[in-house]
Ligand binder design. Sequence first.
Ligand SMILES: O=P(O)(O)OC[C@H]1O[C@](O)(CO)[C@@H](O)[C@@H]1O
Ligand SMILES: [Mn+2]
Length: 454
Amino acid sequence: MNTGGGSSWTPCIDGDPLSSERPSLFLCSFAYLTIRDRLPTILTKVIDTIHRNKSKFFEEHGEEGINAEKQAIALLSKLRNELLTDKPVIELTDGLEDADSWNEYLQRQQRLQGDQEPVSWFTSPWLYVECYMYRRIQEAVSLNPPISNFDVFNEGKTQSFYESQKAVMTLCTFLEDIQKNAEKLSPDRLSEDFNKLLQISLWGNKCDLSISAGQDNSQKISPIDALASLQPFILVNDSGMVWSSLMSSQRAGESVDRVDIVLDNAGFELVTDLVLADFLVSSGLVRKIYFHGKSFPWFVSDVTANDFHWTVRQTMAANHKWMSKRGFQWQNYLKVGAWSYHDHPFWTQPHEFCDMAADAPDLYSRLQQADLVLFKGDLNYRKLTGDRAWDHTVEFSTALQGFQPAPLCSLRTLKANVQVGLQPGRGEKLTSRDPTWMTNGKYAVIQFYSPKPV
Ligand SMILES: O=P(O)(O)OC[C@H]1O[C@](O)(CO)[C@@H](O)[C@@H]1O
Ligand SMILES: [Mn+2]
């Protein structure tokens, strides 16, 4: 479904949405393996986490807390069984504000698939069923009111932040050095620093917890030292165009009005995003940053409002001069409105972004007011491109299928088998050298598109 963003677009002719249907006995697709192995593992961990918190629920809510724990686990075990036995996808019953929209989407999938077979875990688009699992986890928790605010992924996210402390300190010290010399900064130096921080934010996306099914995936080495050796792994690097686009948005030497960052993961990745946003504001390049996060726990490590504010508070409380200085600065940006955090139900729905103009017009028009929108991470890339089996040489602008609210850039390490905008032959070469290049997280893209000439 595509109603476009108001200009011409090429309909997607390049293949079906990625699905988890088993391709052959020997060659198992990444989507199939995700549904068969990774998602059940994630569900088992969620059940275990709820169980381990039983005494906490009892202390806080007495017997009611214990019952809630039991009920939530029963619902999650049922979900796990539905997934493992490829049962039909069923409607949500929790009556939350987005439930109707999810149920309508299920009907839409059914219509697309035809009436022959029901929408199910292994026969329907991978993007849809994977998103649906996280919404069902939310349902299991929300149907049990005393624990309905419990974040089943919180432990992993906080652990990933703590384990990246050294890298965070290095990054905050790096920003302090940039700021110390701010007066003497030539335009070239400014763009060089911007590039470095953009790439640090890009590689921060290696640290998601969904790809590792919740295993430790934190940043242990200096993110700045690593940049040069990572350079060859950036398959498309449009950072020059991102910079030019920012420069062209400056009116009469004034700051760019607004950059939006559609966040991905908490932990180290979020810190890299905050440091980039801090640089943009403190250097005077940009006046306001809008952060977009998730309204409930999503894809194991994605940022919620709670994670966002917790990270700012933890940074303030750090026992490291430059780190805590940044934390206080961030708190201040939030207080004076230079930074603001926003969530919208659309970010936790299964829609491709080309549906946004029709299905979430308020969000689409909010993004239209930005001078630049940065989309972090792999899942956002899948949604930008509709998660389709595009030929690798298809233009990024084509794969966006009319989604063009503003100049936009995807900062993504590759963890799913969709990639567009490569030179002819590049994909084939990569496949022969490293067959898992699209899913092993070693490669990345900085891919830019602007509806207006830059
Ligand atoms: O946090 P990110 O970068 O969006 O990655 C999410 C991960 O989940 C997946 O959807 C697979 O489960 C991949 O696309 C990706 O590995
Ligand atoms: Mn994520």
